[in-house]
Design a protein around this ligand. Structure first.
Ligand SMILES: O=C(O)C1=C[C@@H](OP(=O)(O)O)[C@@H](O)[C@H](O)C1
Ligand SMILES: C=C(OP(=O)(O)O)C(=O)O
Length: 433
């Protein structure tokens, strides 16, 4: 079970209960995943890049700081538009990964291209998140890495300014980010890369598609036609303008609020063609009783106030498990979620944490090795521990719409991907959005 970061004060928060159907039109921050990729690709490109509508949150600020520490120029003071100017990457430097999977998996391959020592460490729980397969893969691609512990953080990359690259076999069943990290830096490796996954399925396929799509948009030649094999040719990455989409995963708790209260939530600025898995989300929300429409206004989710349970393999949208679990607890029938064993290695062991915290509030839910079985029954208020996990906070907020008195021990953990979450949530519930 993950521990709280010792470095910031906890912020207790009572989740507001909805007395009326929510009716909100929201403009949410940019996608964490797109912002992270655009920063990495920008730092490795042969000219400047801009990010329009980036996410300003702990994870993306740490990403920018880490790349800046190695020499890339990052102008991120303007909330609407960030500018990345690549520069020769050099050490010594230290990268604080916080609790960000993107930083701990995307930056070490970049550090291999730097000239000098680049050390990495993060929050206490970051040291337990899976990293061993990436370390092994980088070593076999020619990168020297000193690891103090058993295959995780802290570590030091002893960069020599170039990475040989070539073929590598990896078990990426613990996180798609282990593959994404290798692919994003691979155009700059002497021989590019061929990554072969061997092991249980790689989760989060849409995130891998986003990696491939953004690499191609930056000029890389990528072949992903063979299942579980990704080939990236060596070649230049071009600087470009990135339009960052609103964060779909961050929007899900707000959409869940429409279902729980029988209300309506519109996310403004949703693009007509997206790198995020809208169709899968639409399917899940519709099965749970919502209606999802896309118009010039934005992406709208409507609910009736009745939520249905469902059986679903969530491996492709695993980061939504906490919010969907909260929704399932308020449903009119049981739910079974499977395919998400790897979320035990997310910001906390999410399967165990959801089961423990909601059981303490009277819920009937049981863990399996790869998911949760939820049998709805009335919940009561009480303390809810978030374990420094933003999506645990989202789950508690969704349950709190229907259950008075759910007190989060710390809502500040939402700053990982959306510092404005408590304010936006309260405004939605009180009708001030
Ligand atoms: O590449 C990315 O941006 C992400 C990939 C996924 O990681 P996992 O494959 O570890 O679930 C997802 O859960 C995470 O929030 C973001
Ligand atoms: C799993 C998540 O984050 P990370 O990028 O730190 O893995 C998440 O945001 O749900």
């Amino acid at each position: 079970m993950g521990n709280l970061t010792a470095t910031r004060p906890l912020k207790p928060w009572t989740a507001p209960t909805a007395t009326d159907p929510v009716a909100a039109t929201l403009r949410l921050p940019g996608s964490k995943s797109m912002t992270a990729r655009a920063l990495v690709l920008g730092a490795l490109a042969n000219g400047p890049s801009t990010l329009a509508g980036p996410l300003r949150a702990r994870d993306t600020e740490l990403m920018a700081a880490g790349l800046r520490g190695m020499g890339a120029h990052m102008s991120i003071s303007d909330d609407e538009r960030w500018l990345v100017r690549p520069h020769r990457l050099v050490g010594p430097a230290h990268v604080d990964v916080g609790l960000a999977g993107t930083v701990m998996r995307f930056v070490p391959p970049v550090a291999g291209l730097a000239d000098g020592r680049i050390s990495f460490d993060g929050d206490p729980h970051a040291r337990t998140r899976p990293l061993g397969p990436l370390i092994g893969a980088l070593r076999s691609l020619g990168v020297r890495i000193d690891v103090a512990g058993p295959g995780s953080l802290p570590l030091t990359v002893l960069g020599v300014g170039r990475v040989t690259g070539g073929e590598v076999v990896i078990d990426a069943s613990a996180s798609s980010q282990l593959v994404s990290g290798l692919l994003l830096a691979a155009p700059r490796f002497d021989r590019g890369v061929v990554v072969r996954h061997v092991g249980p399925p790689v989760p989060s396929a849409p995130h891998l598609r986003m990696t491939v799509q953004m690499l191609r948009a930056a000029g890389a030649a990528v072949d992903d036609t063979v299942p579980d094999v990704w080939t990236v040719e060596p070649g230049p990455l071009t600087g470009r303008g990135w339009q960052i989409e609103p964060d779909l995963s961050g929007a899900v708790p707000f959409f869940a609020a429409a279902l729980v209260t029988g209300g309506e939530v519109t996310l403004k600025g949703w693009p007509h063609s997206s790198a995020q898995p809208l169709e899968r989300l639409r399917e899940l929300l519709q099965l749970m009783g919502g209606e999802v429409t896309l118009s010039t206004e934005g992406l709208t989710v409507r609910g009736t106030g009745t939520v249905h349970g469902l059986d679903a393999d969530l491996s492709d949208v695993s980061e939504l498990t906490p919010a969907l679990t909260a929704l399932a607890m308020l449903a009119d029938s049981p739910s079974r979620f499977t395919g998400v064993a790897h979320i035990r290695g997310h910001e906390t062991d999410r399967i165990a944490a959801l089961a423990r915290e909601f059981t303490a509030l009277g819920a009937d839910l049981t863990e399996s090795h790869d998911g949760l079985h939820i049998r709805p029954r009335p919940l009561r208020g009480g303390t809810f521990r978030t374990y420094a996990d933003h999506r645990m906070a989202h789950a508690a907020a969704v349950a709190g719409l229907a259950v008075p008195g759910i007190e989060l021990d710390d809502v500040a953990c939402t700053s990982k991907t959306m510092p404005e979450f408590p304010a936006l949530w309260s405004a939605m519930v009180t009708g001030k959005s």
